[in-house]
Design a protein around this ligand. Structure first.
Ligand code: MRU
Length: 360
């Protein structure tokens, strides 16, 4: 694993200027452009347009959105407006509502004059917690990779879908944290990176793994099941955007099919996410709102031309009817374990694990 150059962070904040700098992920991996966010409206736009994306990062950006709203005008009316607009940006990842609820609770408990300062400090705390949380997720996942390596005595082949990497978070990533830790501790790993049509978040995962010097192979989404049948996948590690108390997990569209294929081939399938991705209000999975995205994401493909300029190519005429659900739900029965910062739990024991942690 290369360590010489610190990787660019998905988001950084500057308390002195009350500005955020984000990587514009709509341009990755073709261009690495940093953008400044200075108002809560900038934060809402960045989440809505997927300049920032991935459940944990969406939560952090929303928290800063509330802090920036308080810096501009700390009245209840103004904070309510910002809260409602931020909450409406994307429906599926629960980290958004989780972060906004923390910020609102704090705002309601302090005088208006203190809101700007204390809300900013709270957003910094949420941002900083991401590293420790994902490191802990990584350690729990690493133990599983180690056990697999002891059993198989060869490089471990990991399949992942979407980008549950450092760009979906602040650092480490969720599904990628054990991969980085395995590489750091000298365990040989090889990662199969699924393209993840239509937004191709696999390109971001590939970019991250290449940057870290981790061996990987890129594949189209439809090839995952075939590789599993061929015995080429030892374990599947994916992230999540919302997990019910019953252990069902909403994640990027296509995850469910990989879970079915893993189940059919007796391959362990793990979901890695922070506790903040567990929606403790939800047992009934049908209550998860699945984001339906613009059909142009399917009708057009993006890339670079021969001259290296980013460009779009039309695959389908505008009038063709397209359905473009952003997420699907993997039922608990297909999931081997859910890995949070608290540890590894079988889906049916998730509630008990949370209860035990609350008692400590
Ligand atoms: O639509 P996105 O790119 O914001 O999707 C969310 C995700 O990044 C994934 O579903 C991911 O696997 C879970 S978030 C670490």
């Amino acid at each position: 694993m290369r360590t010489a150059k610190a990787p660019t962070l998905s988001l950084t904040s500057d308390a002195a200027t009350r500005r955020l700098q984000i990587v514009d992920q709509t341009l990755l991996p073709f261009a690495l452009e940093i953008r400044e966010l200075v108002t809560w409206q900038d934060c809402a736009e960045a989440i809505l347009s997927m300049r920032v994306r991935g459940a944990p990062l969406i939560g952090v950006t929303a928290a800063y959105g509330m802090a920036l709203a308080a810096s501009a005008n700390a009245t209840d009316d103004h904070l309510d407006t910002a809260y409602n607009a931020l909450l409406a940006t994307r429906p599926t990842a629960v980290n958004l509502a989780w972060a906004l609820a923390i910020m609102c609770k704090l705002a309601n408990s302090i005088p208006h004059a203190e809101r700007a300062e204390l809300l900013w400090a709270e957003a910094v705390r949420i941002e900083s917690a991401d590293a420790a949380t994902n490191y802990a997720i990584g350690q729990h996942g690493l133990a599983l990779i180690k056990a697999l390596h002891e059993k198989l005595a060869r490089p471990i082949n990991i399949l992942t879908h979407c980008n549950a990497g450092r760009m979906a978070c602040i650092t480490w990533g969720t599904a990628t944290a054990p991969i980085y830790l395995a590489a750091q501790s000298g365990l040989p790993v090889h990662v199969y990176v699924e393209e993840t049509r239509p937004r191709n978040q696999g390109l971001i995962t590939q970019w991250e793994l290449q940057d870290a010097g981790i061996t990987h192979t890129y594949l189209v989404d439809n090839a995952g099941g075939h590789l599993m049948q061929q015995g080429k996948v030892d374990v599947v590690l994916v992230g999540a955007d919302r997990i019910t108390l019953a252990g069902d997990a909403a994640n990027k569209i296509g995850t469910y099919l990989k879970a079915l294929a893993a189940y059919d081939n007796h391959i362990p399938f793990y979901v890695l996410a922070p506790v903040s991705t567990i929606d403790t209000t939800l047992v009934d999975v049908s209550a998860i709102e699945i984001e339906e995205r613009n059909g142009d994401e399917v009708r057009l493909v993006h890339g670079t031309d021969e001259a290296g300029r980013t460009t779009s190519v039309r695959m389908l005429p505008a009038e063709v009817s397209v359905t473009n659900p952003g997420f699907d739900v993997t039922p608990a029965r297909l999931i081997t374990g859910i890995i949070t910062e608290l540890g590894v739990a079988a889906p049916q024991h998730l509630g008990a694990m949370l209860n035990n942690a609350a008692k400590r």
